[in-house]
Each structure stands twice: as structure tokens, then as C-alpha cells.
Design a protein. Structure first.
Length: 306
């Protein structure tokens, strides 16, 4: 069997996402009813973190145990990764002893290089450019609450970052539109996002206009991990890109609010919005685990229907 990696959202087809979302729903049902499901017994997931994490670590670790497998947790600080062992060598060694690798790192080039030298599937747990597991969870959450996302409008308010890039990939692949509003100098770069054209996203200078008529309003931190030196400049530049009740008021009446978390109330979103009735951020966080369990099952066992 050829190895399948999950390094970008475009690494699965629309048809495979339909399968993954159906599996995530079934795997979630089993979890909620305490039904044992151990298809990955004796399999090991290596998790490599070069940046901090709460949700990604807990969701992959708990998820792998729930599927009957086990995990190995590595960070830059407590492994040879932080002492300049070549990525190629790390990939060769780690992938001889484990069945699956999840990596959170800086440049996408690092995870691509690791995957090139890995004997086992590699999953992107966030890079500077992409966060595909998060967008898979977000879309699954949307479907749970509102049904198909096809033809819908997602408003992205804030930084043209890894989350924004991945939303653009998902829109092109699954057939919806992203309204993007970022401060000047922080725009999304279609080339970095790897989208073919601009048919599935529209750029708005005014964040309120981006939210008008949206089915989903979403945002993220103003300063992503790795960009901390820009924090003060970003606080000034992003001051008007705070999702507030006025923005939610011009979205569709049944619009949802999402945030990948961690959130900073009073910066990118007001407390009223993130803690309000339209917010589904806790479902969104929980769903990371269910979609990633479906993904790990798919990468190791192919399409199963148990
Ligand atoms: N949303 C997300 O990936 O959270 P963590 O940084 O806590 O893993
Ligand atoms: N854009 C954020 C997402 C955190 C989950 C970051 O990269 O830090």
C-alpha cells in the first residue's frame, strides 16, 4: 500500500472528506456511548511538538489510546531534534519504530522533508502555513450544526495566517466561499495557500462587510506562534479586526461563530461573542479528537465501515 500523508487540506479528495466526516460521526457516537473500538491496537503514534499545544496534544493522545494504540511524545527540547539532528535522519529512525507521526512545527518545508523520508504516514498538526486537522474539525462541526457547507459563506476576520490559508484550500475543494478581511500588510497570499484562483474567496477591507450575510464567522489570534516579536505592531494593526456583536448582527441570523482556540477575549473576539449563543467553540475543540481518530483510522487502515 502506498503511504498517504496528511500535510495539507488538499491531501484528501472531497469524496474522502465525505467518508472521513461520516466516520468521525460514527467514531464520536461510539465514544459517547462507551462502545469499545480498538482498530489501532498495537499501533504507535509519534507526536513531535516544536511549538506549544493543548488541544492538538490532548486530542491526538486521547484519541490514539481510545483506538487501542499508544503514543510517544517528543519535543524539540527533550530530543535530538533540538540538537540539530538532520530531519531526514529523524524521519528514518522514528518511522522505523512507530506506525504514524504527527508533527507541529514551523515551516511547511520541514514537515514535507520529514514525510519524504518517512516509512509511515505523517500528519500536519500545524505549521506556519497550514492547520488542516483544525479546518477538518471546523467543517465537521459546521455540518453537525447546520448540514452541508457547500455553497455557504465563511467570513474570516483577522490574520492571513495558517488557518486562513487552510480555509481557502477547503473552500476550493469542497465548494464554498470565504470572505477574507485582514489589516493591510497581513493579507492572505494565494500562492502560499496553494489555491488555483480566486473563485472561492473574496477580499474585503472592512471586516463588517466580510461578515455581512455569512453563514459562519471565524477568527484566530492576532499573533501566531513563531511571530511573537511582532506582537506590539500586530496589536495596533489589528485593533479594528475584533469580532463583536455588530459583526455577528450583519451575518445570517443563524450564523455560527468559531475560533480554533486559544482565544484572547477583548482582542480578536469579544467575550459576548465567544461566550454567546452563536458560538460553537467547545464543540469545535472536542471535534478535533473525533475527526483525527477518523483520519488516523483512514491513513492506517484505509476505508473501513465498522
Ligand atoms: N487549536 C489548536 O490547535 O490548539 P492547540 O494549539 O492548543 O493545539
Ligand atoms: N494561528 C495560530 C493557531 C493556533 C492553534 C498559531 O499558529 O499560533
Amino acid at each position: 500500500m502506498t503511504i498517504r500523508h496528511y500535510l495539507q487540506f488538499t491531501d484528501c479528495t472531497a469524496d474522502e472528506y465525505a467518508h472521513l466526516f461520516a466516520r468521525a460521526a460514527e467514531i464520536k457516537r461510539k465514544f459517547k456511548t462507551y462502545e469499545k473500538y480498538h482498530p489501532l491496537a498495537d499501533r504507535t503514534l509519534a507526536m513531535i511538538f516544536e511549538k506549544a499545544s493543548t488541544r492538538t496534544r490532548v486530542s491526538f493522545e486521547a484519541g490514539m489510546y481510545q483506538l487501542g494504540g499508544s503514543v510517544v511524545h517528543l519535543t524539540t527540547g527533550d530530543s535530538q531534534l533540538g540538537r540539530a539532528e538532520p530531519i531526514e535522519d529523524s524521519a528514518r529512525v522514528i518511522s522505523r519504530m512507530t506506525d504514524l507521526v504527527m508533527i507541529r512545527t514551523f515551516g511547511q518545508d520541514k514537515i514535507e522533508k520529514f514525510a519524504l523520508h518517512s516509512r509511515v504516514p505523517v500528519i500536519n498538526g500545524l505549521t506556519n502555513e497550514f492547520h488542516p486537522c483544525q479546518i477538518m474539525a471546523d467543517i465537521f462541526t459546521y455540518i453537525e450544526h447546520r448540514g452541508s457547507i457547500q455553497g455557504k459563506v465563511v467570513a474570516w476576520v483577522g490574520d492571513g495566517n495558517n488557518m486562513a490559508n487552510t480555509w481557502l484550500q477547503a473552500a476550493e475543494l469542497l465548494g464554498f466561499t470565504v470572505h477574507v478581511s485582514t489589516p493591510r500588510g497581513y493579507e492572505v497570499n494565494a500562492e502560499v495557500a496553494g489555491v488555483k484562483g480566486n473563485a472561492h474567496y473574496k477580499v474585503f477591507s472592512d471586516p463588517l462587510e466580510a461578515c455581512r450575510g455569512a453563514d459562519l464567522v471565524t477568527t484566530d489570534v492576532w499573533t501566531s506562534m513563531g511571530y511573537e516579536a511582532e506582537n506590539e505592531a500586530r496589536k495596533a494593526a489589528f485593533a479594528d479586526w475584533c469580532v463583536d456583536e455588530a459583526m455577528m448582527a450583519v451575518a445570517k441570523p443563524d450564523a455560527l461563530f468559531m475560533h480554533c482556540l486559544p482565544a484572547h477575549r477583548g482582542e480578536e473576539v469579544t467575550a459576548e461573542v465567544i461566550d454567546g449563543a452563536q458560538s460553537v467553540v467547545w464543540d469545535e475543540a472536542e471535534n478535533r479528537m473525533h475527526v483525527q481518530k477518523a483520519l488516523m483510522e483512514f491513513l492506517l487502515l484505509g476505508r473501513v465501515n465498522a
